[in-house]
Design a protein. Sequence first.
Length: 205
Amino acid sequence: MRLVAFSDAVFAISITLLVLEIHPPEDTRHLTHGLAALWPSYLAYALTFLLIGQVWANHHVMFDHLRGVDRVVLLLNTLLLMTIAFLPFAASVLAAAFRDGHGQRTAVVFYGIALGVAASLFNAIWAYARRDHRLLGTTVDAAAGRAISRRFRIAPFWIAAGVVLGALVPVLGVAVITALIPFYWLPIAGEIARPKRRRGGGGRG
């Protein structure tokens, strides 16, 4: 599917751009100290790399279950990719705030909002495709569709909680957002529809 190939390219470019936001220390006479002082950049890089990778993995899960796309899906996916491409900038803002010690609350809220928009658009794609089973393939029955929906729907609310906490205690907000990573790498129980058993199966010969 060309949409998936194009999306993969945007995901790959976005995670590659993350490392460009880490600038080497100018003072090489105190290089060890300078490298250590870049810890917020390392943190923002690792966190955002894993989050984008997570979205990419679940993007594949979602589109593996679709038999096709229409213009609405193309539009929503384009908006999702636009948000993903924005995340390296949000990560740089987050790193700069923690490195300088100023504006941390605003930076966490800004970063969380960017992630929340991506999560909401992701859910919008799945909800539209699942509605009336209009674009779903044969790998998803009603129970599997509900299982996937439950998993996907958690993300916007989880991120919103991180934003609220980040506005009060920035480190806590980042910790809540970070907790998304292990949760969303877990397999989705009931994701694959079980094959239906044939009635009146043949007996032993």
